[in-house]
Design a protein around this ligand. Structure first.
Ligand code: SF4
Length: 190
């Protein structure tokens, strides 16, 4: 029997976006260790951040209902809400495109740093699931974080599983938000 795939830190932006990537990673590589890690200082207000965090926890506890091996997954919700980091950085960007880039950078640098600190050889993000996100910029920023922290970025275009991801979220009746995260996007349609 071949050894399990290298363990991976999966940055999770919310429950609905995490369902499909998580299932894919688990089904393709049984026994692989996955650290589901929540760090999203861009989400406003704080109550919404809590709602999404709780939905992620609900997904984690529901993995057996989806027939998945929950024993291979660790959920880490220990990162506190860090809204000041968003206001110090991305919020001051020149326009929505640059703001989103800095927002991805903030989160993906943190994910790569965390993976390096815990000796995970790989990191990825559930942001790659959403068709509403700026996919290519996410990829660029993840590769940048890869260079900076020496942890390999696992790229996959999880958008292919859109229908299945929505179905999984509906099956579990997961909380699904209708906006990206920051209040600034409301005003300029980012
Ligand atoms: S629209 Fe989304 S990705 Fe862009 S800055 Fe706001 S929260 Fe971040």
């Amino acid at each position: 029997m071949s050894p399990p795939a290298p363990r991976i830190l999966l940055h999770a932006c919310c429950g609905p976006c995490a369902a499909y990537p998580l299932r894919e990673l688990l089904e393709r590589s049984p026994g692989r260790e996955i650290l589901l890690w929540n760090y999203n200082p861009n989400i406003q207000p704080t109550a919404e951040w809590r709602r999404r965090r709780d939905a992620l926890a609900f997904l984690f506890h529901s993995l057996p209902r989806l027939g998945l091996d929950a024993g291979a997954v660790t959920l880490d919700l220990s990162a506190p809400y860090d809204g000041a980091a968003f206001w110090r950085g991305p919020a001051g960007a020149d326009g929505p495109s640059e703001r989103c880039r800095l927002c991805y950078r903030l989160r993906l640098r943190a994910a790569a740093r965390e993976a390096a600190a815990r000796a995970y050889p790989l990191f990825s993000t559930t942001l790659l699931f959403s068709r509403q996100q700026k996919h290519e910029i996410i990829r660029e920023e993840a590769l940048r974080a890869q260079e900076e922290f020496g942890v390999k970025f696992h790229y996959e275009d999880f958008r292919r599983g859109r229908r299945e991801g929505i179905r999984l979220a509906q099956e579990l009746d997961l909380y699904r938000q209708n906006y990206c995260g920051c209040v600034l996007a409301e005003t300029d349609g980012a």
